[in-house]
Write a protein that binds this ligand. Sequence first.
Ligand SMILES: [Zn+2]
Length: 221
Amino acid sequence: MWARTPGRGVTLQLQDDYSGVPLSTVARRRRDIYGLIPDFRDKCPLCGGKDCAVRHGLYFRGVVDRDGQVYEDFPVPRFRCRRRGPRRPEAVTFSVLPAQLVPRRRLSLPLMLWLVSLLGAAQRSVEQVLDALASATAAAPEPLVLDAVALYRILTLFSQAYARLQSFPVPGLTLAAPRVGGRSQAQTVAEALSRASPSEAVLSFHRLYFPNLLFDSRLRR
Ligand SMILES: [Zn+2]
């Protein structure tokens, strides 16, 4: 996803599985977070150059995880392209998000999947899901409070992903028989993501839904 940050120009967000560690671990790693992700020495994701991308500090964003845990300063590592390769994209920097996060969304993907499954199960009402959410996260330091608008946004995201998956199938992500209605379609996508192997499924979802991402998991090899 291309994002224009005031004063910083265009930057690119790509995603990685962060060695499969949970978000809570990533949140604690801070300075040694780079050990969890590729060093991009073989190939710079922006220009394609070897020994090009260098560390460029961290930025911090808000994250709400599946258990209701809120991280106001979740660290995201950045890299800078030194233009040593053949390509010349507009962006000079890129950041690497954990696969469990969605660009520009505060709620983690596992949390969104869970919310969609709550909505789909027995066709609960939005109010019932919000109640279930509040009680399930009551033990967290700050119980998670969402409003109906946030839930509808998530449903929209997943029903759009359903339509996209119909046109652009992703290997390893098999949708059940087509259903009618946005909520059922959202549920179908969430079920497919839950059935597939966790990191690959999530990364496939990102690749599908955020086609601008220059994602390449093989960069870490
Ligand atoms: Zn580069």
